[in-house]
Design a binder for this molecule. Structure first.
Ligand code: R5P
Length: 293
């Protein structure tokens, strides 16, 4: 036990009102401390943005190009990611437990690429998410899909348990093959996710009116990278999304399928966190690539 504090002279700073910090992430100020703390492991508190490295593709399509050997291909990228989005299988088997930032666990699944993808179930207990020290659970939501209601029910059940224990829920808008990927659809899907409890939402960038998607979604929006693009185009997409209100990227193939993945994730970080123009970030990428990163 410490000795009794017998000093009489104390300083209560009576003229300084206690500060009430406003938590700066969009729509998140009223969340509890633990949830905000976990969100701060996903969104860098210096910029309130995130570069999530998405490597969960294997949960429905097996060893995706670039993810054949996560230990070989992805571990070198891990230090540059704000957050990893992955399955519990890859987390336990390959990722170092010394990883100190946010983990976003894939929490829905079921059908493989050979079946109807919208027929997902919850694929993770909240106890498992707590055990693995997850910051968030990611659930696919198929608005307009064959199993739309079931996938939304997956989201609401995960959000219920997430809010109970202070773990965020990421609603992932999954667009069916035959559906139009336009702002109207993204507004609908992101808003439904947010209204029904998603702490933040992942969607696709659309060229026209993406700012209306972020404006009408009351919680942070991050964009998926989508299929592999030329590196400059991927950087332009990230910059456009950030400039139109996105809080970050959840990028997979455009990083791990790039010719120089470490250089690419560094370039994406420059765009997302430092506001570097896509052209300058691309020059940086080419320079780093020359240096074999
Ligand atoms: C898709 O459902 C996967 O969960 C990925 O996390 C997501 O598509 C982001 O990866 P990519 O940037 O490769 O599209």
């Amino acid at each position: 036990m410490p000795e009794a504090d017998v000093r009489e002279e104390k300083n209560f700073h009576l003229h300084i009102p206690q500060t009430n910090e406003v938590y700066p992430l969009k729509g998140c100020n009223n969340l509890d401390w633990g949830l905000k703390n976990r969100l701060s492991q996903i969104f860098d508190p210096k910029t309130n943005k995130t570069v999530m490295l998405a490597i969960d593709h294997g949960y429905f399509q097996g060893p995706t190009t670039g993810l054949e050997r996560v230990d070989v291909n992805i571990n070198p990228l891990v230090p540059y990611a704000d957050t990893l989005m992955l399955t519990r299988g890859i987390l336990r088997s390959i990722i170092s437990p010394s990883f100190g930032r946010g983990i976003v666990l894939r929490a829905s699944g079921g059908p493989s690429i050979l079946k109807e993808l919208s027929n997902e179930q919850i694929a993770l207990d909240i106890e498992e998410a707590i055990r693995l020290n997850a910051a968030a659970m990611a659930v696919q939501v198929f608005v307009g899909g064959e199993f739309e209601s079931q996938s939304i029910h997956n989201l609401t059940r995960l959000a219920d348990s997430g809010y109970r224990y202070g773990i965020a829920t990421l609603g992932v808008t999954a667009v069916g093959k035959d559906m139009a990927r336009d702002a109207k659809y993204m507004r609908l899907a992101t808003r439904i996710c947010a209204e029904l409890g998603a702490t933040y939402v992942k969607t696709y960038y659309v060229d026209k009116d993406f700012d209306t998607v972020t404006a009408s979604c009351p919680v942070p929006v991050v964009i998926a990278g989508g299929k592999k693009l030329p590196e400059l185009d991927a950087l332009k997409m990230a910059a456009n999304a950030i400039n139109q209100g996105a809080s970050g990227v959840d990028m997979g193939r455009n990083i791990f399928q790039a010719e120089a993945p470490i250089a690419m994730i560094k370039a994406v970080r420059a765009v997302v966190h430092d506001g570097v123009s896509p052209e300058d970030a691309y020059d940086f990428y080419m320079t780093e690539k020359g240096g074999k990163t």
